[in-house]
Design a protein around this ligand. Structure first.
Ligand SMILES: [Zn+2]
Length: 451
């Protein structure tokens, strides 16, 4: 058992109770008790004096493999058309090897954990033929090494360039190949038990780059196996979809059945009010990624309307090809700021700051179908992070722990991250792992492949 003693604040949920000067007891993978003055003989005691404890963040959209194209000014969206960007970046993606996928995933996961993320979904849609068949398997290996709770989205693209796809043909699969590998991964890894550390999501990359049949078969497989569905929606592709199929993307997916409480879409920045209502009616979730909106110069996602209509909204960092920063903590702040920028033009008010922390915790848990994460309470998974607020950074901010992250922003690594009852990051280290060595190995693989 582990006892966090005398925390300055325990944020039990983003919009729920905040306990001051309280303790939190962990036994095995779960939280046993929260309250003042817990007496637990024999428990390992962690002094939490001055700390704020939060439920772990839940990331619902990422492309880990893109971690190796960070900080490339030559790839800035502001200097390139979409076609130029695709023509520059996809040849790089097509060169990635299995080792690249493993080490870029490890790098992305480490960044997430350092910044308080305890559960992450990744949308892996890049399967160059030369990279073999074990890319997602290696991602599960990386997650196990760091102790991250991991939901793997098995993506894919089936439409050839000659029929309008923007994806190079060397990264393309047939629908049968895609569905067969989804089924293999589900049978090998998908665990529905309480406190599950690994799940699989069927996630064809985006409707414009796959055949309709791919989405139909994805729905069939996911419903048959009882797993979730995910894809990209509302990134400006709807006019193309309307010209090609006579339906904008949301209607197209709804007609196929690729919608519902077991489905969540990334982005959704160009949705009409009617499409937002359709998502609310079907119970389909949204993984809002604020930072690409800035980088791409996209239409600002109407989060106030989504919240007002009752759409389940979560937050994602997106791949680092369209967000060089892979910290979800950072995105909680930028999501709030982005909506403030558009506030004057909205029909609905910007949600209060704490609502953005809720999106990154309970919102994410809801989109991933997890009832056991997202809040701190007895019986919930012991997924949490701690910030030592006895620093100059926090003077004058400590009166409102729930607004601190969205309104002020927390840039530095957190002081401790616990996942499933295990301390996976503390005192600037990954216990039992050599960070400098992991970084050097990742850098060596990157240099050997991409430079
Ligand atoms: Zn994406």
């Amino acid at each position: 058992m582990i006892l966090f003693r005398n925390a300055a604040a325990i944020v039990t949920s983003a919009t729920g109770a905040v306990l001051r000067d309280a303790d939190l007891l962990v036994e095995g993978p779960e939280i046993r008790a929260i309250g003042p003055g817990l007496e637990t003989p024999g428990a390992e005691v962690i002094d939490a004096t001055g700390w704020f404890l939060y439920p772990g963040l839940v990331n619902t959209h990422h492309h880990f493999f893109q971690t190796f194209v960070r900080n490339r000014v030559d790839l800035d969206w502001t200097r390139l058309s979409v076609i130029q960007w695709l023509d520059t970046i996809y040849p790089i993606f097509a060169r990635l090897t299995e080792e690249c996928f493993y080490h870029s995933s490890l790098t992305a996961m480490a960044e997430l954990i350092k910044h308080g993320c305890t559960t992450a979904f990744d949308h892996q849609y890049n399967f160059p033929r030369h990279a073999g068949t074990r890319i997602v398997d290696r991602q599960f290996e990386a997650a196990a090494k760091l102790g991250l709770r991991f939901h793997a989205g098995r993506g894919g693209n089936t439409l050839p360039k000659s029929e309008g796809s923007t994806i190079p043909d060397e990264m393309r699969e047939s629908t049968d190949e895609f569905i067969a590998d989804c089924a293999r991964l589900i049978d090998s890894y998908h665990d529905t038990s309480r406190f599950s550390m690994r799940q699989v999501v069927v996630a064809p990359c985006q409707p414009v780059n796959s055949y309709r049949e791919t989405f139909i078969e994805s729905v069939r497989l996911a419903r048959d196996k009882g797993v979730f569905l995910h894809t990209h929606v509302g990134e400006g592709e709807s006019p193309v979809m309307a010209a090609r199929h006579g339906l904008r993307t949301v209607d197209y997916l709804e007609e196929i059945g690729f919608a519902g409480p077991d489905t969540f879409y990334a982005h959704c920045w160009e949705l009409t009010p009617g499409e937002i209502r359709a998502l609310a009616a079907s119970g389909t979730g949204v993984a809002h990624c604020p930072e690409p909106v800035y980088l791409v110069g996209a239409e600002i996602t109407d989060i106030p309307a989504m919240v007002a209509e009752g759409v389940r909204v979560s937050l994602g960092v997106d791949g680092t090809a369209s967000n060089d920063n892979g910290s979800l903590m950072h995105c909680v702040h930028s999501a709030y700021m982005l909506q403030c920028l558009a506030a004057k033009s909205r029909a609905h008010p910007v949600p209060v700051p704490a609502e953005f922390l809720r999106m990154a915790t309970e919102g994410g848990a809801s989109c991933l179908g997890r009832a056991d994460i997202g809040r701190l309470a007895p019986g919930m998974a012991a997924d949490l992070f701690a910030i030592d607020t006895r620093r100059m950074d926090y003077v004058g901010t400590r009166h409102d722990p729930q607004s601190l992250i969205p309104k002020v922003g927390v840039g530095m690594a957190v002081d401790l991250t616990m996942i499933n009852g295990r301390v996976v990051w503390a005192k600037g280290e990954f216990p039992g792992l050599d960070e400098a060595q992991m970084a050097a190995e990742a850098e060596a693989v990157l240099n050997a492949t991409l430079t």
